[in-house]
Design a protein around this ligand. Structure first.
Ligand code: ADP
Ligand code: MG
Length: 456
């Protein structure tokens, strides 16, 4: 039953979420009629109560429980003092979560579609930006008039940019509006494996009937057809049968048809019959919007500046972007700290280039020196004139604010004792808002030190 519960949960939340929260839990069996789940600490316990109780009850209900009850118990502290979420595993290529392994049910009744289409991959959940608006518009056009707008629709782009999401979105859209339509989603990998099995078991007729009788065929990661002659041959006939009957075909690939090596010419030309559209890496604003939507979906209240920091860290792959958000959420909740830029930077420091966000004392010194136009060693030197003292105090103040170093450590860095640092910090604090020059300098330096240059 525990495996079934986990299976149910997994189908209903994202992979990263699942791995962040459910991978480390323990099944403690049934006590007093309630399923008891062991979690790592009281924060996780609170988190589960708030976010996953209903889902777990649903899971039990789906498994036949009349009056499902779930409770969470904190496990005795293990040696895992460092509360970092486990890394999400690499996604299996071309197979969305929830997709049964290759060679699954042999026939696709319309209701089966629900199992192969990820419920989260809808148009509503798809953030449109300059990077994907053409692909989105084409997919929507196809969804509104399948077989009539563009056939086939060929979507290409790098991994993790939303190709599978868009294909499923078309599937959901058509399924809702035309419930009688038969929809088949398959990865090229599964298509190949199913064909191999069908040949082995002498069931090629069933295989053909299945794929040639659908209204909408979604074939993911078609670049994997390269070099597979028998599969190409079979797919060629499938394609023709559907195309001639005005059935909609959508294909995805990591590259355009002309760049798929060892693809038969007749297939390549067919892929080019309809519309070829691409998805590019999302711009900063789109990345922030995707994070925002994700946070709202997961009912996480997380400040804009933290989302922006995450969006700056992960620039190309949306799956990783979502993974980064989950990591920050898990880190903050497991350690019971509020979401802040510093917390986010810490949570991500193991995964993404830490030097980009971690502010070091040396950085502050160098930037301050450059700002005031003097060599760093002069700031650290023994000079007592105002021109040197003010930059020194600003540097101490900013180090105190932006790093985790203690007063004595900062003092040592400047060859002074902690009381000098304390004095500098209170001096600057006192002058902020009063002295416009000083305030402007501190603000400019803080912005410079905190914000990683945006690549756009
Ligand atoms: P691909 O098939 O191109 O490798 P996916 O469709 O699997 O990429 O997308 C990876 C993840 O990013 C999925 O969780 C998907 O929901 C999400 N995603 C991709 N594009 C968007 C978007 N425009 N808006 C919201 N989420 C997106
Ligand atoms: Mg995909």
């Amino acid at each position: 039953i525990w495996a079934d519960v986990l299976g149910y949960v997994r189908k209903n939340i994202s992979e990263v979420e699942y791995h962040t929260w459910f991978a480390p839990v323990k099944n403690l069996g049934v006590q007093d009629g309630a399923l008891v789940i062991g979690v790592r600490n009281s924060f996780a316990q609170e988190w589960f109560r708030k976010h996953y109780l209903e889902l777990l009850e649903d899971a039990l209900r789906a498994l036949g429980a009349q009056n499902p009850q779930v409770s969470f118990q904190v496990l005795p502290a293990a040696q895992d003092a460092l509360l970092l979420p486990s890394d999400p595993p690499p996604a299996p290529p071309g197979r969305p979560p929830g997709r049964p392994p290759a060679g699954g049910p042999p026939t696709g009744l319309p209701t089966e579609n629900r199992k192969t289409l990820n419920p989260k991959y809808t148009f509503e959940n798809f953030v449109v930006g300059p990077n994907n608006n053409l692909a989105h518009a084409a997919a929507l056009a196809v969804a509104e008039s399948p077989g009539k707008a563009y056939n086939p629709l060929f979507i290409y782009g790098d991994v993790g940019l939303g190709k599978t999401h868009l294909m499923h979105a078309v599937g959901h859209y058509i399924m809702e509006r035309f419930p009688e339509k038969r929809i088949e989603y398959v990865s090229t990998e599964s298509f190949t494996n199913e064909l191999i099995n069908a040949i082995r078991d002498d069931k090629t007729t069933q295989f053909r009937n299945r794929y040639r009788s659908v209204d909408l065929l979604l074939v993911d990661d078609i670049q994997f057809l390269a070099g597979k002659e028998r599969t190409q041959e079979e797919f060629f006939h499938t394609f023709n049968a559907l195309y001639e009957n005005h059935k909609q075909i959508i294909l995805s690939s990591d590259r355009p048809p002309k760049d798929i090596q060892t693809l038969e010419g007749r297939l390549r030309s067919r892929f080019e019959w309809g519309l070829i559209t691409d998805i590019q890496s999302p711009e900063f604003e789109t990345r922030v919007a995707i994070l925002k939507m994700n946070a709202e979906h997961n009912r996480i209240d997380i400040p804009q500046e933290v989302l922006e920091l995450i969006a700056r860290q992960v620039t190309s792959n949306i799956r990783e972007l979502e993974g980064a958000l989950m990591r920050v959420v898990a880190f903050a909740s497991l350690n019971s700290v509020p979401f802040s830029r510093a917390v986010a930077a810490k949570a991500l420091s193991n995964v993404f280039a830490p030097q980009e966000v971690k502010v070091e004392m040396m950085d502050v010194l160098r930037s301050t020196a450059a700002h005031f136009n003097m060599p760093p060693d002069v700031i650290r030197g023994s000079g007592r004139v105002r021109e040197v003292v003010v930059p020194r105090q600003v540097a101490m103040y900013l180090i105190r604010e932006l790093t985790d170093h203690s007063l004595p450590e900062i003092g040592q860095f400047f060859g002074r004792d902690h009381s000098t640092v304390m004095h500098a910090v209170s001096k600057v604090t006192e002058q902020l808002g009063k002295d416009p020059n000083l305030t402007a300098s501190v603000d400019a330096l803080r912005r410079h030190l905190q914000d990683v240059e945006d690549e756009e």
